[in-house]
Design a protein around this ligand. Structure first.
Ligand SMILES: Cc1cc2nc3c(=O)[nH]c(=O)nc-3n(C[C@H](O)[C@H](O)[C@H](O)COP(=O)(O)OP(=O)(O)OC[C@H]3O[C@@H](n4cnc5c(N)ncnc54)[C@H](O)[C@@H]3O)c2cc1C
Length: 342
């Protein structure tokens, strides 16, 4: 996509955690089209990133569901509304323009929206930088912590480091287009999904992938261009030629750019009213873990309620002067049409 062409939409939702996902549903019922942006490469926020296999017991009507299970169900529930997702993109700038807001991501995407819904949880997930001297000078040219466009890695000699889902998923996805691929992990035991681990081992057996148990000790190159890595294996330290390194060392949550958007903040949270869940800026809403108000509970179910009330107010901004009729999904044929069930 051409980053310079603004994407026009009713609403932009910042964050594809459970609350951002449910906001797509509540906005969709009111004919509000949403684009969803997340710095992660998949939906689910904390549920998918921090506890995909842990059971949650307090989602109404789901006596037990895992973090990933809840994410999958939400994705299914919001499917009728055709929200567009932009993963591996961090919203860096948010400013008011004529008729609404303009948002810009670190990948150069620009959005124009009438309302903005900040569902950013504890802030953006930020990759942990490996403790390697001078690594920052290679970032963006030879060292990457996320894959925004797979084509950037075509024909390159890749080294991917890590043992979790991101490391294994990208090893499997990039191996077919790379010139060579090496996966380095400090032990021969992987946290990633067993299916991905099996596929990785098959590729190694077929000779399409090198698996190295060990640790990267040093980067070698000049002017941000990587030429090789010094790798400590089981028995020796050796030089591994490579021109692209993808370390997946986990993520931490940081408030990130939200602090620079001119919103009132209180202890890194966005204070809102409890009628509309609007921030200090009209048209900018904050729902889920990122907001604060008296009595706030950082629970998924609270975020779902906040999304429903936020959508009512967003409707009045997007359709000024139009009456909003309160309707039940059980009995409204117009809502059922939107849901695609009749
Ligand atoms: C171990 C654990 C167990 C939990 N168990 C429960 C439980 O049993 N029940 C319960 O109700 N809650 C539980 N929680 C809390 C629950 O996960 C959170 O309340 C919920 O995830 C909040 O959802 P959210 O959508 O507001 O934010 P998040 O899930 O944090 O998602 C926010 C998303 O916004 C993205 N983002 C932030 N800033 C930007 C930006 N500038 N640009 C692009 N993307 C951005 C982030 O990358 C993230 O993906 C648990 C939490 C943890 C850590």
């Amino acid at each position: 996509m051409d980053g310079a062409t603004p994407i026009e939409t009713d609403a932009v939702i910042i964050g594809a955690g459970p609350v951002g996902l449910f906001a797509v549903f509540e906005l969709g019922l009111l004919d509000i089209k949403a684009h969803v942006i997340d710095i992660l490469d998949r939906a689910g926020g904390q549920c998918a990133e921090l506890y995909p296999e842990k059971p949650i017991y307090d989602i109404p009507a789901l006596p037990i569901v895992t973090g990933q299970g809840l994410t999958d169900r939400l994705m299914e529930q919001i499917k009728p509304f055709g929200a567009e997702f932009h993963f591996s993109e961090r919203v860096d700038a948010l400013r008011r323009v004529d008729g609404g807001f303009e948002l810009e991501t670190d990948g150069g995407l620009i959005f124009r929206a009438k309302v903005v819904v900040i569902a950013a949880g504890g802030g953006s997930f930020t990759p942990k930088r490996p403790p390697l001297a001078g690594i920052e000078t290679y970032e963006g040219k030879s060292v990457f912590y996320a894959v925004k466009r797979m084509d950037e890695f075509r024909g390159r000699d890749l080294v991917i480091v890590g043992g979790g889902d991101s490391a294994l998923d990208w090893t499997l996805n990039l191996q077919p287009i790379a010139n060579s691929t090496t996966l380095i992990h400090r032990r021969d035991d992987f946290r990633a999904a067993p299916d991905s681990v099996n596929k990785m081992r098959e590729l190694v057996a077929q000779g399409g992938l090198r698996l190295q148990i060990g640790q990267v000790m040093q980067l070698k190159g000049a002017d941000g261009v990587l030429e090789s890595l010094s790798v400590r294996g089981d028995t020796e330290t050796f030089d591994l030629p490579c021109n692209c390194l993808l370390p997946f060392f986990g993520l931490t949550m940081k408030l990130g750019p939200i602090a620079d958007w001119g919103l009132n903040l209180h202890e890194n949270l966005i204070p809102v009213d409890t009628e509309k869940f609007e921030s200090s800026e009209k048209g900018i809403f904050a729902i889920g873990d990122i907001n604060s108000y008296p009595g706030k509970l950082k629970l998924i179910l609270s975020g779902f309620h906040e999304a429903a009330l936020m959508a009512q107010q967003a409707y009045h901004i997007i359709y000024p002067g139009k009456r909003l009729l309160f309707q039940y999904t059980t009995s409204s044929s117009s809502l059922q049409k939107k849901l695609g069930v009749i």
